[in-house]
Design a protein around this ligand. Structure first.
Ligand code: FPP
Length: 237
């Protein structure tokens, strides 16, 4: 019953509403959201969680007003610069999932620098940028087809995804009250547990993270099998 939480993923929703409540421009919500991510990542590392994945910018987020998109790109660039400066202190490896190509040049250069500077560390932070799960799957199938694969297995598909180097998320947390995946990790979430909280992302406290982790540890994960009350696996269904 004592589930081990190897990989937690967050849909960081509610930055705009956090700012609106304070009569501030939406960008202030994203800035507060970035600080929350910094704290939450440190806390997850302290809890021994090896992989933390966050949805920072989706393929659909380009539809937002240009100044908000520009602000997000600048914020991410600044944030990653700080991650490089603090690499020795944080000891977290930063990886990026999504189609990096259309991002601004300054951000792309910073992504490369951040990957290079943090490559040696064990704990992983996956930042999903210009990420869309359907796009990821289409690209994976196209690449497998280009390789000449005719008999495709589940392993082939998992290997062709951006997340090929990490285990599937054990737990996906979405803040700010919505209860949907919004094109995030559709394949990888096949057996994930979900946790939805009304808390806006910038307000997510370490104490609530602890409550979420405690809740996860109580869950019985069946993976399609029958599990008896003493935790022994029964016949498959
Ligand atoms: C969704 O909230 C949030 C985003 C689209 C951006 C997330 C970005 C950050 C938290 C900051 C930078 C990230 C990192 C990793 C440093 P929303 O704007 O849709 O909120 P709303 O639904 O209340 O309007």
């Amino acid at each position: 019953m004592d589930n081990i939480l190897h990989h937690i993923a967050f849909i960081m929703d509610g930055n705009g509403r956090w700012a609106k409540k304070r009569l501030l421009p939406r960008e202030f919500g994203h800035r507060a959201g970035a600080e929350t991510f910094r704290r939450v990542l440190t806390h997850c590392v302290e809890l021994g969680i090896e992989y933390v994945t966050v949805y920072a910018f989706s393929t659909e987020n380009w539809k937002r007003p240009k100044h908000e998109v520009d602000e997000l790109m600048n914020l991410l660039t600044r944030y990653l610069k700080e991650c490089v400066a603090d690499a020795d202190k944080n000891k977290v490896r930063f990886c990026f999932i999504g189609d990096i190509e259309p991002l601004p040049d300054a951000l792309k250069a910073q992504i490369k620098e951040t990957e290079d500077a943090t490559r040696a560390y064990h704990h992983v932070a996956n930042i999903a940028l210009n990420y869309g799960s359907r796009h990821e799957l289409v690209q994976a199938f196209q690449n497998l087809s280009k390789e000449g694969k005719t008999e495709i297995t589940e392993e082939d598909i998992s290997r062709a995804l951006y997340t090929r180097d990490c285990p599937d998320p054990d737990l996906i947390v979405r803040t700010a009250g919505e209860q949907r995946l919004s094109n995030f990790l559709l394949w990888q979430a096949a057996y994930s547990e979900f946790y939805f909280t009304k808390t806006l992302w910038p307000d997510l406290s370490n104490r609530e993270i602890d409550e979420i982790v405690t809740d996860f540890k109580k869950r019985v994960r069946r993976y399609g099998a029958v599990v008896s009350t003493d935790g022994e696996k029964g016949e498959n269904v």
